[in-house]
Design a protein around this ligand. Sequence first.
Ligand SMILES: Cc1ncc(COP(=O)(O)O)c(C=O)c1O
Length: 366
Amino acid sequence: MIEKLVRKVVLGLKPYQAGKPISQLKRERKISQVIKLASNENPLPPSERVIKVLKDSLTKVNLYPDSNGYYLRNGLAKKLKLKRGNIILGNGSSEIIAMALETFVNPAEEIIIADPSFIIYKGLIKLRDAVPVLIPLKDFSLDLSAMLKAINKRTKMIILCNPNNPTGTIIKKEELKKFMKKVPENVIILSDEAYLEYVEDKEFSSAFPYLKSKKPLIITRTFAKSASLAGLRIGYGIAKGEIIEQMNKVRPPFNTSSLAQVAALAALNDKEHLEKTRKNNREEKRYLYQNLKNLRLSYIPTQTNFICFDLKRNAKLLCRRLEEEGVIIRNMSAFNLPNSFARVTIGTHQENMLFIKKLKKVLIKK
Ligand SMILES: Cc1ncc(COP(=O)(O)O)c(C=O)c1O
């Protein structure tokens, strides 16, 4: 029995349930037209500039990548007005989160996270034999005062998902300021800013200005969302040099591919692509809001590229019906939200129209 050999904590975990790939649904249901609005990907392909550098690099994949990602870290450092030593690259920002936990968290230490928030936190914390301390959201937003109150001697880290997945809400400047003032200096703050580029609300603040403070702060960001590079797996962490130095000890060799590095570097200052992405998101968010309203479905106003909404009936069932119609969205049963909630990624206009058309169909069928 292999179970006897497996770590106890691993026995208790479930594999991460990613949004169903389009190819899987096509295979399973024999449907030719399938759209996926389930994993908060950018519906726009990478820019021509990115595709060109990828093509140019294809012939060099016989060689290992630069394990230190010199050029990409250089580019990021320049853009952020920091030093290369303040940047670490990861196989997606999820790997940066895993590395932060591996570097700093001992068994039995507590990590404070919001609930619901990005689903991988809990599992990664448990894998370290540490304890996730779940703080319920307040009005679908992170409850920073409750998170502060939960700090005790065993607390090692607080993870802020800002904006928060799956609710799309943000932490406001003033709230963050108060919070930062109160967090003790022996508690690490990890600010996961995967959706930063989508935020429209002027009240939002990244944790970036606090890098200068004495607090141990790690910021994680990604090229998977606004830069359209989810399939290449590339993200980065920003922190003081002394933090990055420690994290580099646990970073697997060659953890980011050469293709991911060149593509991310080309995407880094691609303002045109970013503006296209933001424009599509802004306009289509409003289109989806209006149509959800027309269907008398309520939604949580979002600062991201996804919308969490209330189907007012069993979401698992309805999402299954939508899949039969070739539309993949995400029911929120794995997150701690009412079973009528679902999350849809904001797609292209065509995708959103198809989603609304099929949603209407399955709602009527009920
Ligand atoms: C809040 C949040 N953080 C991080 C990630 C992971 O992104 P990456 O693809 O960079 O690992 C996601 C992906 O959905 C996310 O929602």
